[in-house]
Design a protein around this ligand. Sequence first.
Ligand code: 5RP
Length: 236
Amino acid sequence: MERTDRAERLKERVGLEAAKMVTDGAIVGLGTGSTVAPAIAELGRRVREEGLEIIGIPTSYQAAMLARASGITTRTLDDVSRIDIAIDGADEVDPDKNLIKGRGAAHTREKVVDSWAELFVVVVDDSKLVRHLGEKFPVPVEVLPFAVHPVMKKLQAMGGDPELRVGVRKDGPVITDQGNMIIDVRFPEIKDPKALEARLNNIPGVVENGLFVGLAHLVLVGTEEEGEKLTVRRIE
Ligand code: 5RP
């Protein structure tokens, strides 16, 4: 219970901090997940109460629904010629600001939006910091349903341990917002995330993988030591 409360407090705090960085007129990439949700809610509050004018570019159905419920105008990538700032969560962050994303199966759209942003801000609590990517999380790989079997074989041949992601409150495989499937792959060690990212995307049938290498400009880390004040650390 205590652990959950702490995580919720940290998410709320980094979300608010990220939302403060958004200025009037900005086109904002809206990431997916529980850490971005408070940021979207706060942006909505600023729109309603402070008259902030922004356009949100959602990275998933979840982000689109949260944005609409918060009163944020949304558009698609076809409607805009730039993204000023993107705010998104992560599952792991290494000391070079490289990420694993995709626990929410939204990494394909997230990578398009986040990589296009002038400023890509990652919001996490301190449990997401790792020394090496892959320490805790597998790498999610979005795959055309037609290609799941051969892609699994290729991932095994690369030394990975692939597992098709199945639903929690749905029987059978998780289907992404694009209608594809997700293979979660554990690797014994990820020495060169940039090379692995390229190798994975080079497998025919792979749509996108959850390694985000060299994309994040700033990471906001919510942290709270025992008995200490809650703070947000910046990794630039
Ligand atoms: C979704 C993602 C999320 O941003 C990532 O999983 C972090 O989520 P949370 O903030 O809920 O821990 O990549 O595909």
